[in-house]
Design a protein around this ligand. Structure first.
Ligand SMILES: Nc1ncnc2c1ncn2[C@@H]1O[C@H](COP(=O)(O)OP(=O)(O)O)[C@@H](O)[C@H]1O
Ligand SMILES: [Mg+2]
Length: 266
């Protein structure tokens, strides 16, 4: 299996502080990674490197075979091969565009509908992704009027539109109510279990948001890797406690869903 992502000793330093600190991490084709870590751990910064929008201060980042900063690596050719859905993206998209347009514009690598003529085949693809994410009844709604959950599902459909080889999701379930979260977890579970779906990395703070089908976990704390590897081996109470800095117990139930809680005071 070839490397989709290969980070070697990557640091991102800002104002003398390492936001990402000597991270080595490799994602192979077909793997589905969860990235866990407390607020400010550097998860979004790491995804910004993985999506080629941020270059490492030190170390090397190779994405889909292209090493950032090397002659011959053109990030503008690389970016359409990576699907990214995060909070920052939502703010850049025009609020008055419809849901269908919001997804369609991804095919043309722009955030506004400058080009009014879309290929029929693109529209069919956009409709299919939106259908898969349960957005069928909202195709003509303005993006700016969507609920949090609807917006997140639209962004994931949008990220899939370029047929990416790597899909990066930054806290896709943050801010959703219980029903919204469970609906999204089910959909992400289907995506994660689909052998034709791209390799994935999803950032979250909550193990409850990990869908069955995710295969690996990366835990980071203060920019450093705490644990990385197969989820069954590495998502342990011990690693999670180190990652979040307090004693935690993590469990997995018969439905392959995770939960975590602190220990009662004695
Ligand atoms: N451009 C920047 N300059 C300085 N500090 C930053 C910058 N971007 C993020 N940070 C800081 O880096 C740390 C990691 O941020 P981030 O990657 O967003 O964490 P996470 O996504 O894990 O919550 C935070 O303390 C944040 O305040
Ligand atoms: Mg973040």
């Amino acid at each position: 299996m070839s490397d989709v992502l290969e980070l070697v000793d990557v640091s991102v330093v800002r104002e003398g502080r390492a936001l990402v600190d000597q991270v080595s991490w490799s994602v192979k084709e077909g793997e589905r990674w969860v990235i866990l870590g407390p607020n400010g751990a550097g998860k979004t910064t790491l995804l910004n490197v993985a999506s080629s929008y941020l270059f490492p201060t030190k170390g090397t980042a190779t994405i889909l075979g292209e090493t950032l900063g090397r002659p011959g690596t053109d990030v503008f050719e690389l970016r359409p091969r990576i699907g990214m859905a995060g909070i920052a993206m939502a703010d850049k998209l025009p609020k008055r565009q419809t849901v269908l347009e919001t997804v369609l514009t991804a095919a043309y690598g722009m955030t506004a509908t400058w080009q009014e003529e879309y290929e029929e085949v693109d529209e069919q693809r956009a409709r299919a992704f939106l259908d898969r994410l349960g957005m069928n009844d909202l195709l003509d709604r303005k993006f700016g009027t969507l609920s949090e959950g609807e917006r997140k599902r639209t962004l994931i459909a949008r990220a899939l539109m370029t047929d990416p080889e790597l899909l990066l999701l930054d806290e896709p379930a943050a801010g959703l109510d219980l029903g919204g979260r469970e609906d999204l977890v089910r959909r992400l579970g289907r995506l994660a279990s689909d052998p034709l779906a791209p390799s994935m990395a999803m950032v979250t703070h909550h193990v409850e948001e990990i869908a069955p089908g995710f295969t690996h976990v990366l835990m980071i704390r203060q920019g450093k890797v705490v644990a990385a590897g197969p989820i069954d081996l590495e998502l342990t109470s011990r690693n999670l406690s180190v990652c979040f800095g307090l004693p935690l117990v993590v469990e997995r139930n018969e439905h392959h869903r995770w939960s975590a809680h602190g220990l009662p005071l004695r």
